[in-house]
Design a protein around this ligand. Structure first.
Ligand code: PGA
Length: 255
């Protein structure tokens, strides 16, 4: 982690797993395991149906709550959508936007991601903006160009003075849920590129934006990934579903 940035940040993206009841049991198991690990900001992104109960279970702890997605609109006739003020009302502090599953399975473009990030920011939520290339793009040597484009467009509507509220997650699509992690050096190379992009866009504030790596992060590889200069945290999918392995990843980040 580079000297300029804020506290490292480890987020659990549960995706479409755990009922509200299961989620509460998870939190009860997790809290004692991460007690005192204040060097790391811990964020849980349960499914929307569990946000309220998880928020209640986290009361009195330093763990933060996140939505896995957020509407670009603040209210209106948008069946099935969840607005940023609704997430904020449940105690969310973060919202994941532009996850590759949203981009590839639900057709979210970087333009849409930009509007979602803006909606989050205007409602006091910090967006965790995900970017990442496919295996084909990587093999064709397009990583720099694809990630650069995703960043430029997805962050287009972020006011300069809100740069410090951003988190950017680099999630190579070929590493998500596949068990195939980017090597620490591969991840660092793209994180460095992202850092340069953010600095070009936001100036010195860009250096302080926290960069998470995501894609098959596990207890076995977390320490090596977190040791990289431009990796300030992780967005964890599969391994976050087990509170013990998630707590181990948090401990790796705490050093
Ligand atoms: P994974 O998912 O850890 O299961 O690869 C990461 C993510 O999609 O955020």
């Amino acid at each position: 982690m580079s000297g300029d940035v804020q506290r490292s940040i480890i987020a659990a993206n549960w995706k479409m797993h755990l009922t509200a009841r299961e989620a509460v049991r998870y939190v009860e198991t997790l809290l004692p395991l991460v007690k005192g690990l204040d060097a790391v900001e811990i964020v849980l992104a349960p499914p929307a149906t569990a946000l309220d109960r998880v928020g209640q279970a986290l009361a009195g702890s330093t763990l933060q709550l996140a939505g896995q997605n957020v509407s670009a609109e603040d209210e209106g006739a948008f069946t099935g959508e969840i607005a940023a003020p609704m997430l904020a009302d449940l105690g969310c502090r973060y919202a994941i936007v532009g996850h590759s599953e949203r981009r590839t399975l639900y057709g979210e473009t970087s333009e849409v991601v930009a509007r979602k990030a803006a909606a989050a920011l205007r409602n006091d939520l910090r967006p965790i903006v995900c970017v990442g290339e496919t295996l084909e793009q990587r093999e064709m040597g397009q990583t720099r160009e694809i990630v650069g484009e995703q960043l430029a467009t997805s962050l287009e509507l972020v006011p300069d003075e809100r740069a410090c509220d951003l988190v950017v997650a680099y999630e190579p699509i070929w590493a998500i849920g596949t068990g195939r992690t980017a090597t620490p050096a591969e991840a660092q190379a793209v994180h460095e590129l992202i850092r340069e992009n953010l600095e070009a866009r936001f100036g010195a504030a860009g250096r302080r934006i926290r960069l998470q790596y995501g894609g098959s992060v596990k207890p076995e590889n977390a320490t090596a990934l977190m040791a990289q200069n431009d990796i300030d945290g992780a967005l964890v999918g599969g391994a976050s579903l087990d509170p013990t392995s998630f707590a181990t990843i948090v401990r790796c980040a705490a050093g």
